[in-house]
Design a binder for this molecule. Structure first.
Ligand SMILES: [Zn+2]
Length: 439
């Protein structure tokens, strides 16, 4: 069979095998060949990539796509002000068409930063989010914001446990397996989720065969709240409920002790580490200790109001440098480990280890072609290490998702990017006005 696409010769970084100078071929959306020489015969399309670097597309394990129009709304305020006075009013003011545009802009930013798979922990308008992501042509694990209890929630956002579950079941029927989308059951935080909701959510996620997503141990107050209302810290309590496992993505896990890190490792419960948003609002988790204990850790950008930079490239650099400083040990989180977190380990954390995250025959063709000839990269002694230490979005030249170009020679292929961004700027201002925020 003639390959649809041949890229090379290039420096290929498969992640699950040593880097090589050679070729990657794609057939029917999947990687069909990786090697020092191409297969015999021609390919339908050939990309001459001498002096280019080919990497697997990055995986963003925590990305609030419907918060993209809220960039700048959460600066310089504490978590509860951030949540109650900024994010909830913003989310309530958001209409479905806003969520669609928000997700589309978010997806474009992901593509320009070499990412083709994101896990969204839940917004209110999943239909809009799904359409926005699909329009850009990338993959997502989508969820609906799930809360059935707790103080401080706006009146328009109150639902019973049964209503929360029914709404998610309906969305799972509608979107799971449609194109490149998967549905994910979600739990917002232990502040806003009853034990009944936690248990029923995990049953459903396991039945559907996807991971559930939950914000876990974000701030010390969360653990005090869990102890006061449940008798144990969040991680310990989730374990008592039988929720900790490979099918629960623990997002943030900022405030966990040694015993909780051991529990996460023992149960195979993956963690999404979001270095920038953690530093901005929550504190910095002990990721180096988690890796030492054997916890599977992926990286995420979180949302625009909690990070501002929605770049997995920035996250890789920051994740490495912060842990080195935190442990006062420059040897922790070496570049190859961090690159793995942003690719193969992120995919595994989302239950998609066999699908994307590495350049291996049989995995889907989600690839990034990098141009190293920029001032930040051209002189790097070790271009593979520089993927973490020096890479910037301007190195991202072309991006392939499921065998289709979503970025080609620095142009977004599926939509008119300039028109989308112009519309989004106006729409973000309109949402801020309706929410009464920063006007
Ligand atoms: Zn989040």
């Amino acid at each position: 069979m003639i390959p649809d696409l041949r890229i090379g010769p290039a420096l290929v970084v498969p992640v699950t095998a040593p880097p090589l100078r050679g070729y990657v071929e794609v057939t029917a959306g999947a990687i069909s060949h990786v090697g020092a020489a191409p297969t015999a015969g021609r390919a339908v399309e050939t990309v001459e990539a001498r002096d280019r670097i080919v990497i697997p597309a990055l995986v963003n394990t925590h990305c609030h796509t419907s918060q993209q129009l809220g960039r700048g709304l959460g600066d310089d305020v504490g978590l509860l002000t951030w949540l109650h006075d900024r994010i909830w009013p913003y989310e309530l003011a958001l209409e479905e068409s806003d969520a669609e545009l928000s997700a589309l802009v978010c997806a474009i930013e992901q593509i320009r930063n070499g990412c083709t798979l994101l896990a969204d922990p839940g917004g209110r308008h999943v239909d809009g989010m799904a359409r926005g992501i699909a329009a850009a042509g990338i993959r997502a694990l989508l969820g609906r914001s799930a809360m059935d209890s707790g103080d401080g929630r706006p009146d328009g956002d109150r639902e019973t446990t049964a209503e929360v579950l029914d709404a998610q079941d309906e969305l799972a029927d509608r979107w799971h397996g449609v194109g490149l989308l998967r549905f994910s059951y979600t739990l917002r935080t232990i502040f806003n989720c009853t034990d009944e909701l936690v248990t029923a959510t995990m049953e459903r996620a396991r039945a559907l065969g996807t991971v559930a997503q939950m914000h876990v141990a974000e701030v010390p107050e969360e653990n005090s709240h869990a102890v006061a209302t449940r008798g144990a810290t969040t991680v310990r309590h989730l374990d008592r409920l039988g929720a900790l496992g490979p099918d629960l993505l623990a997002v943030h896990a900022t405030w966990v002790d040694d015993e909780e890190i051991a529990l996460l490792a023992e149960r195979g419960c993956p963690v999404s580490h979001n270095a920038a948003s953690n530093l901005k609002i929550l504190g910095s988790p002990r990721v180096a200790d988690m890796l030492d204990a054997g916890v599977l850790v992926g990286l995420g950008t979180d949302g625009a109001p909690s990070n501002n930079r929605m770049s997995m490239i920035d996250e890789m650099w920051l994740a490495a440098i912060v842990q080195k400083g935190l442990r006062r040990d420059p040897t922790v989180l070496p570049a190859d480990a961090v690159f793995r977190m942003a690719t193969a380990d992120g995919a595994a954390a989302l239950g998609m280890a066999d699908v994307v995250g590495a350049i291996e025959v049989g995995r889907r063709a989600d690839l990034v072609v990098l141009d190293p000839f920029t001032p930040n990269f051209a002189t790097a002694a070790d271009p593979v290490a520089a993927l973490v230490t020096a890479l910037k979005s301007e190195n991202v030249e072309s991006v392939l998702c499921d065998g289709e170009w979503v970025l080609r020679d620095r142009c977004i292929t599926r939509v008119d990017e300039a028109a989308v961004l112009a519309e989004a700027a106006g729409r973000a201002a309109a949402v801020r006005r309706r929410a009464g925020l920063l006007t």
